[in-house]
Design a binder for this molecule. Structure first.
Ligand code: FAD
Ligand code: MG
Length: 317
């Protein structure tokens, strides 16, 4: 068995979760150490930038400020523009099973506590009508966003992935590294044992058990699970944070969806979309995007893309 190599790990609370970055390899000199630490600093800084653009929990974020300019074409940062354009395209493709305009609905369902201040967010006061993805317009030439109605964007299913992609660009020269943003992962190269990274997909119904392990390198792996973020303690037990926007109720077609892709933003969003659609149709969506994935139904039936087998390790018993 080969000996392991050094791993440098840093974690911090960001985007309502814990973000960890791990760089594998030994720094022989102080100069190398300083350069590596600076790269990790820059990687974390992208997560802060994404919060400043995309958090619906922060009244000063770019997304929240849009609400003051309903009906106006507002110039958007590259991050907001990129995340929103992709999210709206996916909304159109999925007929609204994925929809980044559910901010007020999420808020009304009790997903409304800013993690930094513990303040309760309340932006839905004037939200008298239902909205959907057709109520947002992006202009690809002018790089502007127009809210056609008062609505709060919710980029919770894309922005964490985008942050991971941006962080990855800062760390990729180190070849072997891992980024974990609350279960949205990017795994570069190999781990401290010089082997492909092993990702365990949690069993959605058994505590401390895995339903699948994956062996991966140079890919993002993102999972959406109904066990991840329950709503408030007085909500019914099967209410959770993934919504079917077409019925405006908790999505119930599946209980877990994992996607493997070269981009974490794509994997993040497609995992949520596949979760809502579920089963064979969810897998068809993933195949259409040429990514791999695994969807688990309520009865624990497994649906997998044809290409998943190349990542599959032992099935946990
Ligand atoms: P995923 O499955 O990847 O995404 C689920 C999330 O996507 C839901 O929480 C909702 O936001 C959204 N969603 C649900 N259904 C759909 C659908 N059908 N179509 C499209 N989107 C859908 N959480 C806090 O509690 N407090 C905070 O202050 C806070 N700040 C955040 C700041 C940023 C920039 C980001 C990106 C996230 C923040 N979060 C915060 C967490 C966020 O609210 C989500 O809970 C989190 O992004 C869910 O990630 P996931 O990987 O667990 O689930
Ligand atoms: Mg996700």
């Amino acid at each position: 068995m080969s000996a392991g190599v050094d791993a440098y790990v840093r974690s911090t609370a960001l985007m309502g979760t814990v973000v960890s970055m791990q760089v594998i390899g030994h720094c022989a000199t102080d100069t190398e150490r300083v350069a590596r630490d600076a790269a990790v600093d820059r990687a974390f800084e992208w997560c802060r930038e994404i919060e400043a653009c995309c958090s619906r929990f922060d009244p000063t974020s770019e997304v929240s400020r849009l609400l003051h300019h309903v009906g106006e074409a507002v110039p958007a940062s590259p991050m907001l523009f990129g995340a929103l354009r992709f999210a709206l395209a996916l909304a159109q493709e999925t007929g609204g099973a994925f929809d980044p305009t559910i901010g007020h609905l999420m808020e009304a369902r009790g997903d409304n506590i800013a993690y930094r201040t513990r303040a309760i967010v309340n932006t839905a006061a004037d939200a008298s009508h239902e909205t959907n993805w057709r109520d947002v317009h992006v202009d690809a030439d002018a790089k502007t966003v127009t809210l056609l109605k008062p609505l709060m964007l919710d980029l919770g299913a894309v922005a964490k992935g985008l942050a991971v992609d941006l962080a990855m660009r800062e760390l990729r020269d180190y070849t072997n590294f891992a980024i974990d943003a609350g279960g949205d992962l990017y795994l570069g190269g190999t781990n401290a044992m010089r082997a492909p990274w092993v990702v365990g997909i949690r069993h959605p119904r058994e505590v401390d058990a895995l339903i699948q392990t994956l062996h991966v390198s140079n890919v993002a792996v993102c999972t959406s699970g109904d066990y991840e973020r329950r709503l408030s303690s007085n909500a019914p037990p099967d209410e959770h944070h993934i919504i079917d926007p077409r019925s405006r109720t908790t999505a119930s077609a599946s209980i877990s969806a994992t996607v493997i892709a070269s981009s974490a933003m794509v994997a993040d969003a497609l995992a949520t979309a596949a979760f809502v659609i579920g089963g064979r149709d969810g897998i068809a969506l993933l195949e259409q995007h040429s990514v791999d994935g695994l969807i688990i139904s309520k009865s624990l039936e497994r649906f997998a893309t044809r290409g998943l087998s190349r990542y599959v390790g032992a099935v946990a018993s």
